[in-house]
Design a binder for this molecule. Structure first.
Ligand SMILES: Cc1ncc(COP(=O)(O)O)c(C=O)c1O
Ligand SMILES: N[C@@H](CCCC[NH3+])C(=O)O
Length: 420
């Protein structure tokens, strides 16, 4: 359920007609519903409350807008970050340092030092090498790094190949068979408080089965590590729960996910940690766009919209489906290709799709654009960086400005050797 609904023939975000936002801010623009966002965060957290001990860190890569993080943090979430930039955003949004989990295969020394100085809650180590380096950096500063070891369980998540992370050939985590030895070696290092294991097998998972299989393997590993005399008090089960992009597709709801976790982890006696991203923000946003023109095609007309792959990269990158609906539907449909203005054939949102009939100047939205939307935007083709708006009841505000090409141009320099 979300808060984007037709009222009197016009699509609203909560109590604000999208026509009003388009008129004031222009298009393309992302529009988020605060109520949907808070609701998704609350529902997820409440579902987990059947577990004895848990912490939940919102994976801010899904949508790192400051205002979005603030709403999610207010529901009791920490933040899962993958760069110093994300860490600084989380802290700026008011997430306590103790609630920050730092993941990622390529944490640089500079980033690790910044995170140590900030006193973050946990580093998720992706390799033995990283653990050795972090322990030395911590010890040299008289600090102790609290860590979990991310393990690659070699389980196929059954999702798009580009967003699968838990197969042996993927770059993430340490190999399952070597994890016990690495845990033992890293635990012995000064500067290191290794307290658990972490796993994340991929994103947009439709079935809970691969997650259950991966968690079961992690349970076996945890028991083996404990049997060697090491302490395991925290198990980070990552994110990955998928959301419905296309009507009719069925995705797990948070209650089913929590029930599966409760079943698999019943005898673990640990604090469980979670890093959901998409399931929190996916359905909380739309990308509002205007039809520039409808161009005749050979097979079907091309609806050329003013949003493009630089604003919403998912269709170009993963052939992802985003529903396209008119802001003022006239009740008729058409079969069309939906494309943006960028000079690449991959700048295509849909081919031969039955959509609301639209014409030049009409407004429409791509739905379920709240996760991995604005955050993956670029300025390719010297287009503006897409702005973001948040709606709260009948109020709304721009929460990220449109960065104009002129601003980006102004940051470029022509060196002396190119000056006449
Ligand atoms: C380590 C880690 N945690 C959490 C997430 C969030 O995943 P999702 O948005 O699928 O919940 C990701 C992205 O897939 C990730 O790489
Ligand atoms: N960017 C991907 C998700 C990547 C998840 C990263 N851990 C998407 O849009 O579906």
């Amino acid at each position: 359920m979300d808060h984007f609904e037709l009222r009197g023939g016009v699509l609203y975000a909560e109590d604000v007609p999208l026509t009003a936002i388009a008129e004031a801010v222009g298009t393309p623009v992302y529009v988020y519903s605060r109520a949907t966002l808070a609701r998704h965060a609350r529902v997820f957290r409440e579902a987990l409350s059947i577990l004895p001990r848990f912490e939940v860190a919102y994976a801010i890569k899904a949508n790192p807008n400051l205002s979005v993080i603030k709403v999610v943090a207010a529901e009791g979430f920490g933040a899962d970050v993958v760069s110093q930039g994300e860490m600084e955003r989380a802290l700026a949004a008011g997430v306590p340092a103790s609630g920050v989990v730092f993941s990622g295969v390529g944490k640089s020394a500079v980033e690790m030092i910044a995170a140590l100085e900030a006193g973050i809650g946990q580093f998720n180590l992706e390799s033995e090498e990283e653990g050795v380096e972090l322990a030395a950096l911590a010890a040299a500063r008289g600090k102790v790094a609290t860590c979990a070891l991310r393990v690659n369980p070699d389980v196929d998540a059954g999702t798009h190949g580009k967003i699968s992370t838990g197969k042996a050939e993927n770059k993430f985590g340490v190999p399952y068979d070597r994890a016990g030895g690495i845990y033992a070696r890293l635990s012995a290092l000064p500067g290191m408080n290794l307290r658990g294991l972490a796993v994340h097998i991929g994103s947009q998972l439709q079935s809970l089965d691969p997650l259950a299989a991966a968690f079961a393997k992690m349970g076996d590993l945890m028991r083996a590590i404990r049997a060697e005399g090491h302490s395991v008090t925290h198990m980070d089960l990552g994110g990955g729960v998928g959301v419905t992009y296309k009507a009719g597709d069925v995705y797990p709801d948070p209650q089913d996910y929590a029930a599966m976790v409760a079943r698999v982890t019943a005898d673990w006696d640990v604090t469980l940690m979670f890093e959901p991203g998409r399931v929190i923000t996916g359905n909380t946003g739309v990308l509002l766009t205007e039809v520039i023109r409808v161009k005749q095609g050979v097979v079907a007309p091309f609806v050329v919209v003013d949003a493009a792959m630089n604003d919403l990269a998912r269709p170009a990158m993963y052939d992802a489906w985003h529903d396209f609906v008119a802001v003022r539907p006239n009740g008729r449909t058409m079969t069309a290709n939906i494309v943006g203005p960028i000079c690449e054939s991959s700048d295509t949102f849909a081919m031969g799709r039955v959509i609301d009939e639209v014409a030049q100047g009409d407004l429409a939205v791509f739905r379920t654009a709240g996760a991995y939307g604005a955050t993956m935007a670029s300025t390719y083709n010297s287009r503006a960086l897409v702005p973001e708006v948040m709606v709260d009841g009948d109020k709304w505000a721009v929460v990220a400005d449109r960065i104009q090409p002129a601003t980006i141009l102004a940051a470029e320099r022509v060196p002396d050797f190119l000056k006449d």
